[in-house]
Design a protein around this ligand. Structure first.
Ligand code: URA
Length: 210
């Protein structure tokens, strides 16, 4: 595992991912599994949050107990599939603020074009966790991170479910400072930009649009 990429090989994550990959898994179960797996991935992506101590009294005695140092968090969903990961992270960090980035691919230039951007205030003071289940070509992910940096973010992590080597390389080139956490690094992209073996179109599978 490099500085830039963490693959979460926990057995529960791998088990749930296999169920999600299976084309026979229903939309409802896919969505539920995505929420559960995101909770486990969120545990990993927040592993280095800073702690301070608070003086408390247990029923037995006083102690200085660890507590989060209070760095504010922002979750940013890359539309539309990122929305499927929001609930899982919010369950673990309910006080996080939430932003959204919408990008589409211009069919002539093949470049990502922004159609929506709404981020919480004071991004520069926050740990920003961008979520998108599929890191495929990396073009839209890199563009979304560009927008977050333009809006002031300096401490960004990228949380996904599946990554392709091509997407990881693209992100490393564009944003070497952004640590990626994923449940699996798959083999490659196919000619249409889908991750192989992958799980198909994550948005369609979670929203039942195909
Ligand atoms: N987006 C998806 O939903 N699936 C892929 O395989 C690649 C990009």
């Amino acid at each position: 595992m490099s500085e830039h990429l963490t693959v979460v090989d926990h057995p529960l994550v791998q088990h749930k991912l296999t169920l999600m990959r299976d084309k026979g898994t229903s939309t409802a179960v896919f969505r539920q599994l995505l929420r559960e797996i995101t909770l486990l991935l969120a545990y990993e992506v927040t592993r280095e949050l800073k702690l301070t101590t608070r003086h408390i009294e247990t029923p037995m005695e006083e102690m200085d107990a660890p507590i989060l140092a209070g760095k504010k968090l922002a979750l940013v969903s890359i539309l539309r599939a990122g929305n499927g990961m929001l609930d899982g992270v919010l369950e673990l960090i309910p006080s996080a603020r939430v932003g959204f980035v919408g990008l589409y691919r211009d069919e002539e230039t093949l470049k990502p074009v922004q159609y929506y951007f709404k981020a919480p205030e004071e991004l520069k003071d926050r740990l920003v966790i961008a979520v998108d289940p599929m890191l495929a070509t990396g073009n839209s992910s890199a563009a979304a991170i560009d927008l977050l940096k333009e809006a002031g973010a300096t401490d960004i992590r990228f949380l996904c479910l599946l990554a392709a080597p091509e997407g990881v390389a693209r992100m490393k080139e564009a944003h070497p400072d952004v640590h990626i956490v994923t449940a699996a690094l798959d083999r490659q992209l196919n000619s249409k930009g889908y991750i192989m073996p992958g799980l198909g179109d994550a948005g369609d599978r979670m929203f039942g649009t195909k």
